[in-house]
Each structure stands twice: as structure tokens, then as C-alpha cells.
Design a protein around this ligand. Structure first.
Ligand SMILES: Nc1ncnc2c1ncn2[C@@H]1O[C@H](COP(=O)(O)OP(=O)(O)O)[C@@H](O)[C@H]1O
Ligand SMILES: [Mg+2]
Length: 363
């Protein structure tokens, strides 16, 4: 029986473990928190920091193939392990995505369109960048940002003043894209074939994903182009395993926003909404099984459940409605804005969701 090692034991590790089990695989997860969700289902647990070289080595020793659901594993500890153990995605896609400046530069160099951007390190370089890129713009920390943390939209002189404290760490200034919509794609590659999941249209609230709607219900030509360009990008970069890319679409233009070499929140819908899902295909890749091309089962809406929606989600679960799949991650502590679960509505359009379900959750 093969064992998959997972760096991180959050909800992504939880769902990856569940799919690994369905394929007859075992998992061992490493996470600094003994209460992390995936430990409830993983076959083995290692509680240790992400930069604990000895613990990561132990994870590798116990695994036939290792992957990561956590993006900020330092290269100093991962690179030596990549040379000695089977970490088939390697360090490169993590390295390319850990720093927003490097990430956008890499996207551009491999043929994708990005919003204008510049590195900024202090007030002088910020003001010079604002002069060239114009306002509105978005100031983001180059590393460690997630769910809208570590970024501010700048629309005025007052916003610039208020954003200066962010510059205590290296930042990037990006042009603000007044997008028509946001979308994302998840792909899995074995180095030869690339399979991609149907593009989702993403609706964020306070910088956090709220809904993912599939099919995206937008111009199919744009979606086809997004898929072609994404697959070409993944091949051009030589990435293997899983890659998710977030885009902004404005008119006929598709702007790369960011990428992640791990399962993606927007891809949760694939578990019930598609014939195979992002976790299953990643597990198949890691276990050396042939990849399977996904198909959408029916129109699907995925709703993220944050702390403030947990009670409502429990009620929805108890109703046991057809096509409504409630996932709760079992996190001990619930907080507003913390991802506690998600609900997948299979056989539902965005309009039907808005009419029948949206009011059940906190505005
Ligand atoms: N340049 C931009 N123009 C317009 N909206 C943006 C821009 N950058 C970020 N946003 C908004 O903020 C959200 C979070 O930003 P993102 O760069 O994806 O960081 P995170 O790592 O927090 O997901 C995006 O999904 C989008 O809604
Ligand atoms: Mg994002």
C-alpha cells in the first residue's frame, strides 16, 4: 500500500486524505497544530513546525511520494529533501509562487498577461510606482499574504498615507483591475498530459472567496482561451502535479492574478460537481496512476462557510436536501472569517442559489 506524505494538515490535507483512501492509499501529514483537521483522518501524524528539517525528513522517509498543501515551506529545508526523496512537484512551483513579485514576473515571462506591477520597499519607491502605475492600485506584501490579508487598495493620497505601515516588509504595487469577474482553473499534469477542471467564476467578499459558480456563465470563448493559456503556461514552466491559477477578466482581457501549486478553494466544487475531483487527480498523480479527464456533472455552486455561517451550515446539513453536500472541517475554534467548511449545491445555477439560499447565510 502506497503512502502519500502531506506537508500541512488543514482542510486541503483532509480532503486529499479522503480521496487518497478511496484510491487505496495511506497518508501521513505534518502540521504544527495537533488539532489540524486532516489529523482526524490521516493514517499517521507528525506534529512539527514547517521548518523543522528533521521532522520533514521523517515525513519523507515514511512516504512513497510527498506533496504540500501549505505554501510557505522554506526552500532551505525543502530543497535538500527534493534531492533525496520523491517530492515529484519539486520546490520550483512553490518557489515561483511564494513571492508575488517573482510570481507575476514568472507569469509574464511565460506568456500570461498581468496587471502592471512594481516592487516597492519604502515611501519613495511607493510614490514613484504610484506615479507610473496610477491610482487606484493595490499594495500587497510580497510574501505570506492570504485571504486578503496583507493588502490594501489605494484610491487617494490618504490611502497612501494609511498604507505606509505595510512597507515594513517588501511589497508589490499592482494596478487595480476593475474586472468584470474573477475566475480560476485547476490543472493536474503528469509531465505529459494536462487535465483541467472546468473554470469556476469566483465571487469574493472582504478578500475571501465566498462563492464559486460552475459553469462560469460567461463568454465561452474567454473560458476556452483561459484554459488554453493556462495549460500552455503549466507546460512552459515544466510544472507537474497540481496547479491552480486565479484570473481577473475585463472585456476580452484575461489577467493572471496569482497561482498555487496545491488544491484550491475554488476547486472544492469538483468533489461532487465533477466526475473526478482535484484531490483525486492529485492523489492519482502522486501514486503514479493515469490521470482522468474531468467532466462537470451538472451546474454547481460552492459556498464557503466561514465562522459566522457555521450554525446555518449545520441546519442545512440536517435538512439532508438532494444535491446539497455540507462539508465541515472539524476545526476546534470557530472565528468570523475563518474557513470552517463549505457547501456544494449540485444541479444549481447562480441565480437559483441567490433566490433560494443566499439569505440563509450572513450578508
Ligand atoms: N490588482 C487587483 N485589482 C482588483 N482586485 C484585486 C487586485 N488584487 C487583488 N484584488 C482582490 O483581492 C482578492 C485577494 O487578492 P489576491 O491577490 O488573490 O490575494 P490572496 O492571496 O489574499 O487571495 C482578489 O481575489 C480580488 O478580489
Ligand atoms: Mg487570491
Amino acid at each position: 500500500m502506497k503512502t502519500i506524505g502531506i506537508i500541512g494538515a488543514g482542510q486541503l490535507g483532509l480532503m486529499l486524505t479522503e480521496e487518497a483512501h478511496r484510491l487505496g492509499l495511506r497518508t501521513v501529514c505534518l502540521d504544527p497544530s495537533a488539532e489540524a483537521p486532516a489529523f482526524a483522518v490521516a493514517d499517521e501524524a507528525i506534529v512539527a513546525a514547517y521548518d523543522d528539517a528533521a521532522a520533514l525528513e521523517e515525513l519523507c522517509r515514511r512516504s512513497d511520494a510527498v506533496t504540500y498543501e501549505f505554501e510557505n515551506v522554506p526552500g532551505e529545508v525543502l530543497v535538500p529533501l527534493v534531492e533525496r526523496y520523491n517530492i515529484p512537484q519539486g520546490f520550483r512551483p512553490l518557489y515561483d509562487s511564494q513571492d508575488r513579485l517573482r510570481e507575476k514576473t514568472n507569469a509574464r515571462e511565460h506568456g500570461l498577461l498581468t496587471p502592471g506591477f512594481e516592487a516597492v520597499d519604502d515611501e519613495t519607491s511607493l510614490r514613484a510606482a504610484v506615479g507610473r502605475l496610477g491610482l487606484p492600485a493595490v499594495l500587497k506584501t510580497r510574501t505570506l499574504g492570504y485571504d486578503g490579508h496583507g493588502q490594501r487598495v489605494l484610491r487617494s493620497e490618504e490611502d497612501i498615507e494609511a498604507a505606509l505601515p505595510l512597507l515594513s516588509v517588501p511589497c508589490i504595487l499592482e494596478q487595480f483591475v476593475p474586472f468584470d469577474f474573477e475566475a480560476s482553473i485547476v490543472m493536474v499534469s503528469d509531465g505529459e498530459r494536462v487535465v483541467s477542471f472546468p473554470v469556476g467564476r469566483n465571487i469574493h467578499r472582504d478578500g475571501i472567496l465566498d462563492l464559486c459558480v460552475v459553469p462560469a456563465e460567461v463568454d465561452p470563448e474567454i473560458l476556452a482561451r483561459m484554459r488554453r493559456e493556462s495549460e500552455r503556461f503549466m507546460r512552459a514552466c515544466g510544472y507537474r502535479g497540481i496547479l491552480a491559477i486565479e484570473y481577473f477578466v475585463r472585456g476580452g482581457e484575461i489577467y493572471f492574478n496569482e497561482m498555487a501549486p496545491r488544491p484550491h478553494n475554488s476547486g472544492h466544487y469538483t468533489i461532487e460537481g465533477a466526475t473526478t475531483n482535484q484531490y483525486r487527480e492529485l492523489a492519482r498523480y502522486l501514486a503514479g496512476m493515469p490521470l482522468e479527464e474531468p467532466r462537470l456533472v451538472a451546474p454547481t455552486v460552492m459556498k464557503n462557510i466561514l465562522g459566522q455561517d457555521l450554525e446555518a451550515a449545520r441546519e442545512v446539513a440536517a435538512e439532508g436536501r438532494q444535491g446539497v453536500y455540507v462539508h465541515l472541517y472539524g476545526k476546534r475554534e470557530s472565528r468570523p472569517k475563518r474557513k470552517m467548511g463549505h457547501i456544494t449545491f449540485v444541479g444549481m445555477t447562480a441565480r437559483e442559489y441567490e433566490a433560494a439560499w443566499a439569505s440563509r447565510f450572513v450578508e
